[in-house]
Design a binder for this molecule. Structure first.
Ligand code: PTJ
Length: 222
């Protein structure tokens, strides 16, 4: 609610937040092993990318702005504002929110570069940011853009409490956890990776991890 009052989050964002809370409740409001494995795989993928970018919408700016700034510093990756529900005013408010938490330059959407395969406002991107990126960290993504980014050959790491969403299924790596818990853990994993000479273990099978999350949700009713 505070995010809406500050002009950062859209009213639709509140509904999305409620959806997230429902899934979080079903997941016992804790970080599971499938999420920890996804976090380590995400740290590995983002570290080995040549041009990673962090995409920021109204919900994540309200929830985890300080952690997004820390992530940007840890990865040397730019922060880029990109929202689904079009509003120039809200784009500026998100940028100010990030800068209040210590961000330097924040890339803004522009009409100079457009993503293929997508019609919504999220197609407008920065030519030096998402347009050029080989890997994008985009928590609370919408399904259409996630699919478009994948079709353009980009790796996508998302955070989504719903393991059945189109985004979760289309992403390269989905962290099924609350973004508020997942971001500090991702930062910790990046520190571990640096101490471990840049290598976390093993292959990551996104669909298998989503299936584990879905089993956890279904087990709540039995
Ligand atoms: O600021 P904008 O205009 O870009 O709008 C952002 C939202 C999030 C409103 C927009 O991208 C949207 O409508 O998203 P969806 O399609 O509702 O997807 C959001 C997904 O995030 C849903 O699957 C929710 O369950 C999930 N979610 C919500 N809150 C959290 C979450 N996942 C992790 N942590 C949360 N706190």
């Amino acid at each position: 609610m505070a995010g809406v009052k500050r002009g950062v989050t859209s009213e639709h964002g509140l509904i999305a937040h409620g959806r997230g809370e429902a899934y979080d409740y079903l997941l016992g409001e804790k970080t599971h092993d499938f999420a920890l494995a996804a976090i380590d795989a995400a740290a590995q993928l983002l570290t080995s990318a040549s041009h990673p970018v962090i995409s920021v919408n109204g919900n994540v700016a309200a929830l985890v702005a300080a952690d997004l700034v820390r992530l940007s510093e840890a990865l040397g990756a730019p922060l880029e504002v990109n929202i689904f529900h079009a509003s120039k005013q809200r784009e500026q408010a998100i940028r100010s929110c990030l800068q209040k938490h210590g961000a330097g330059e924040v890339l803004m959407p522009s009409t100079d570069a457009e993503l293929d395969f997508i019609d919504s406002n999220r197609k407008y991107v920065h030519p030096e940011g998402i347009y050029k990126a080989d890997a994008i960290f985009v928590p609370l993504e919408d399904g259409d853009r996630c699919q478009a980014l994948r079709q353009m050959g980009k790796a996508v790491v998302t955070v989504d409490l719903n393991p059945m969403s189109r985004t979760s299924r289309a992403a390269s790596i989905t962290i099924v956890d609350n973004v508020v818990r997942a971001l500090p853990l991702l930062l910790e994993s990046l520190r571990g990776l640096a101490a471990d000479n840049g290598r976390h273990s093993a292959e990551f099978d996104n669909l298998a991890h989503l299936a584990a999350a879905e089993r956890e949700i279904r087990s709540q009713g039995s």
